[in-house]
Design a binder for this molecule. Sequence first.
Ligand SMILES: [Zn+2]
Ligand SMILES: [Zn+2]
Length: 290
Amino acid sequence: MPTSQRFPTSQVVRLNEQLFLVDCGEGTQIQLRKFGFKMGKINHIFISHLHGDHIYGLPGLISSLALYGKKGELHIYAHSDLQQMMDGMMKFMNELTDLKVKYHPLNFRRNAVIFEDKRIKITSFPLKHRISCCGFLFQEQPSALHLDKKALERYEIPVSQRQNIKNGADFILANGTVVPNSEITLPSNPPKSYAFCTDTIFLKEIIPVIEDVDLLYHEATFAGDLAELAKKTFHSTSLQAAELAKLANVKKLLVGHFSSRYKSVTALVDESRTIFPETYAANDGDSFVL
Ligand SMILES: [Zn+2]
Ligand SMILES: [Zn+2]
């Protein structure tokens, strides 16, 4: 449930100018505006599951996008039942004429690449909750190698050759000598990755998917003493989130989806840190740079 301090789940993953919205709880469009995101730049929305705290912001957001005159396609990746829920509401809106909402059904049985372009790959993977639920893995695509400036001068490499070399080509001197690529380039930046896991019980099966990510968001609805309640409601505790982060060797853990019973979540974060020190609370409006 929302509190006076916390809205239901929604996150923005930004890569350069691309904005990807993950879940869309009630009030998401208000928060987007408050935190300075250009809503019109959202073209892809990923919905983990159909519980209200993850989708009730969708009708309002889509309605506003249509009113602002957004054109083209808005892609929504979700359980196939979402379209039926949304169509019922949307048929009363005339404003959608220039905005085409395209629904892409998720696979809740196995991992699947659901979006890929030159910069990013997004994979869905099954979680275990009361209803069908998916997590999402965002992986930056490997970037080109860096050119070694000293080598560029030493071998007088022309501009026309540089892109090929960045992509891994060797350089051939006028006398036919081959200069191997490794002598004229420096390693590229390691691709960054982010995994989003909510709502779910503690699930070891996802470790191969989330292993080594730069940032893991994992729900921690309850503190460790409510492990029984977590199990019964198909949620996780702050200790379980930390345990999973440790087993998966991630670099940083964000915990969130806190029960409204916790006015302050400091104790939950402190508890996580006893197992995984690099734990932070996903407070509304926080941003994390990878
Ligand atoms: Zn749920
Ligand atoms: Zn939830």
